[in-house]
Design a protein around this ligand. Structure first.
Ligand SMILES: [Zn+2]
Ligand SMILES: [Zn+2]
Length: 313
């Protein structure tokens, strides 16, 4: 199943000539999940070739203007093009009032349903093959980071083998798939007899942290991500500024990626003072080699990881 990540912008506070404000789109199973909706998001989505009409849900990390102001325009466009499916909008406390304000501002009574959901720590969205979890970060205001996690596959269940071993069709199948032994008459059937663990696979994990003071407090949530998208507003010489404004330096983002044992780090949300972000990349790479710039309109296709077999849990 294709998992794609779209970097729609990489600037903090205001756009620059070369960078739009940061928003990230993730596409999985035909649905698009948008993380923050900065001014300019619609056009960036068109340029990156990801449909704003396919947005299933929007997740707001917090309500600072550079993360939010794209919403009234996006809702107006969705309405103009006759969206008819429900849109879910997640955000910190007062999300409902914020969305109402956005609609008011746009003079809009949408013909499609909008459901506002207040974020709390934990899983906020779940479908059969994946879930999205929110976790608190440190930004001076209520602010969240997000984890997209595809469910792990333990292995392939060999139904015919189970039947041949006398396991009745029904709930015992699920138990075996969960890795539990079952009793059939006088004998025990073990999961390894009916599971092909060579066909198991670790689900892909993408973590998105768009504004925060770098902190160990959220490492447990983002641990072992395939991709960590992390804000990196400043270079190391502006550490004082980073502390003052609840932001991170590129080097700190790299330290977080390293501690969390992430595979790759993509930096984003750069201060407008940097025309080039080369210095930030270099500082981060000294700590964590697999660091990249989450530059505007970069599209990542995250392949399945066949080498990462899961042996029985
Ligand atoms: Zn910001
Ligand atoms: Zn902010």
């Amino acid at each position: 199943m294709e998992l794609k990540l779209f970097f729609l912008g990489s600037s903090c506070s205001a756009p620059t000539k070369g960078r739009n404000l940061t928003s990230i789109a993730l596409q999985f199973k035909g649905k698009v999940f948008l993380f923050d909706c900065a001014e300019g998001t619609q056009q960036q989505m068109m340029k990156a070739d990801v449909s704003y009409m396919k947005i299933d849900s929007i997740f707001f990390s917090h309500f600072h203007a550079d993360h939010f102001l794209g919403l009234p325009g996006l809702l107006a466009t969705m309405n103009m093009y006759e969206r008819d499916t429900k849109l879910k909008i997640f955000g910190p406390k007062y999300i409902e009032q914020k969305v109402e304000l956005a609609l008011k501002l746009a003079g809009l009574k949408p013909d499609f349903d909008i459901e506002c959901i207040e974020l709390r720590k934990g899983v906020v969205f779940r479908e059969k093959d994946f879930h999205i979890e929110a976790f608190p970060v440190e930004h001076g205001v209520r602010c969240f980071g997000f984890v997209f996690k595809e469910e792990d596959k333990l292995g392939k269940f060999m139904r015919e083998k189970a039947i041949a071993l006398g396991v009745p069709i029904g709930p015992l199948f699920a138990k075996l798939q969960e890795g539990k032994e079952v009793r059939v008459g006088s004998k025990i059937v073990k999961p390894e007899q009916v599971m092909d663990y060579n066909k198991g696979r670790r689900g892909r994990k993408v973590s998105i942290v768009l504004d925060t003071r770098a902190s160990d407090s959220y490492i447990k949530y983002i641990a072992e991500s395939d991709i960590l998208v992390h804000e990196a507003v400043f270079a190391s010489d502006l550490m004082d500024r980073a502390i003052e404004t609840f932001h991170s330096t590129a080097k700190e983002a790299a330290e977080i990626a390293k501690k969390a044992k992430c595979k790759r780090l993509y930096l984003t949300h750069f201060s407008t003072r940097y025309k080039s972000v080369k210095q930030l990349l270099e500082e981060a790479k000294e700590v964590f080699k697999e660091t990249y710039i989450g530059r505007d309109l970069l599209v990542l296709n995250l392949p399945l990881n066949p080498e990462e077999r899961i042996v029985k849990k």
